[in-house]
Design a protein around this ligand. Structure first.
Ligand code: SAM
Length: 324
């Protein structure tokens, strides 16, 4: 277990505070979780197994069924009950692309599944994900949104917001009074009463404007999406959730600064070009030491998920783009 709480002699926790975790450790936990998910995806491809990265309970059932069908239970159990970390299994996991033997795939899958489900992998990842909201780390990113939004909003209009990847119902977006309604969703809600557990990519497309929003907040979420194609799909999907019956609708996008400042494939300009191609104009931008904040306004000819990326925004090194 990553986090321990002190207990009284009766076994009750001494403190009722939220568990905390240091930033360095949080980064390591998040990196490890992403590695496990990526390697599991590779194994799933090889075993022709469907996994739901966003739904561990369902994935567990699907994995068990497949392993049983393939008669690989004993190998899977071996990996599941191995000690963590196991040097050999760690090495095998890193080389999973080269592996085709079913017994080996099942063993590593068991090893991965037990780390995610039994050894605190998912739980620690969820706690680590929340630390960006820590006051000492810049805190709630929606404070910047509210500051910007106050300048563009029409005081007579009743705004509705959709917050993707919501970790708290007490952030400025929910408490400032700027929005009449805030719908909060997250893949793994830590507050099911106020935050709906939902994958944005599976949220049903609204049928009318009463179900759409004036603003979508996508703060530190896009960087959690595992590959460029899905990231593009997430951006394209936004417009389907923005109200069509109003002139102005907005997307608030927040990313770790290295995603655009230290990436071979993405720069701030390229990101804004992609958004412009989709039909959004950048109206505010701010960079802190670690984070970039952007506010986009939808233009009349915005592309939704039914449209297509006409321009070539495939994964290319930025130096190749500059030479083209
Ligand atoms: C680092 S947290 C960011 C939280 C908060 N918005 C912030 O700005 O600090 C990222 C969250 O995005 C959520 N997330 C990632 N992909 C998502 C998706 N497709 N639908 C809903 N939530 C998603 C994750 O579950 C995680 O809780």
């Amino acid at each position: 277990m990553l986090l321990r709480r002190r207990k009284t002699v009766t076994g009750k926790p001494v403190l009722q505070r939220k568990p905390t975790i240091k930033p360095d450790k949080a980064r390591r936990v998040i990196r490890r979780f992403h590695l496990l998910i990526n390697k599991r995806r590779v194994i799933a491809g090889k075993l022709k197994l469907q996994v739901a990265d966003n739904d561990e309970a369902r994935t567990k059932v699907l994995v068990k069924q497949k392993i049983k069908t393939l008669g690989l239970e004993s190998h899977y159990r071996e990996g599941w009950s191995a000690s963590h970390p196991d040097t050999q299994l760690e090495t095998d996991m890193l080389k999973i692309h080269e592996t085709h033997q079913l017994d080996c795939l099942a063993r590593i899958l068991g090893y991965i599944m037990s780390e995610i489900n039994e050894r605190g992998g998912l739980q620690n990842y969820q706690i680590a994900s929340t630390i960006g909201q820590d006051k000492n780390r810049g805190g709630d990113s929606s404070k910047i949104l509210i500051k910007w939004f106050q300048a563009v909003r029409d005081p007579g209009h009743q705004y509705r917001a959709l917050e993707l990847g919501s970790l708290s119902a007490k952030n400025a977006i929910s408490t400032s009074g700027t929005f009449k309604l805030v719908v909060r969703i997250d893949l793994n809600s830590n507050d099911p009463v106020n935050i709906q557990r939902q994958d944005f990519m599976e949220r049903p497309i609204p049928e009318n404007d009463s179900e759409r929003f004036d603003l979508i907040s996508c703060s530190l979420v896009l960087n959690f999406v595992p590959n460029p194609r899905l990231r593009g799909q997430m951006l394209m999907r936004l417009n389907s959730f923005l109200r069509q019956d109003v002139k102005s609708a907005y997307v608030f996008l927040v990313l770790p600064l290295p995603c655009v400042a230290n990436s071979r494939y993405m720069t701030e300009t390229r990101l804004c070009d992609i958004m412009a191609h989709l039909g959004y104009r950048t109206i505010n931008q701010h960079k802190s030491h670690k984070i970039i904040y952007l506010l986009f306004e939808r233009q009349a000819d915005c592309i939704s998920d039914k449209g297509a990326m006409k321009d070539d925004f495939s994964k290319k090194k930025c130096c190749e783009i500059n030479q083209a």
